[in-house]
Design a binder for this molecule. Sequence first.
Ligand code: SF4
Ligand code: SF4
Length: 78
Amino acid sequence: MAKDKKLMQSDICNGCGICVSVCPQNIKLSKADDFDVNKAKLAISVTMGAAVIDQNVCIACGICTRNCPVSSLTIVPA
Ligand code: SF4
Ligand code: SF4
């Protein structure tokens, strides 16, 4: 089913990684027996000092938007 909303990232991200650790999709993936943080397709991860969203994995739940200390993440209509 297509999502009617999606997560957007702004350029004020400081790469703190809080969003990565609170994301329920990431938490679910991390519980797999063969979880490898370097290979896993996470919903959100930090690369080169900034958060990167994988829209195929993110379910736009918005939990990360409420935990980002600089309000860099926003849920918008898809
Ligand atoms: S919106 Fe939800 S699923 Fe998507 S990255 Fe944020 S916490 Fe994870
Ligand atoms: S989006 Fe927010 S919570 Fe995620 S790494 Fe950037 S500053 Fe931190």
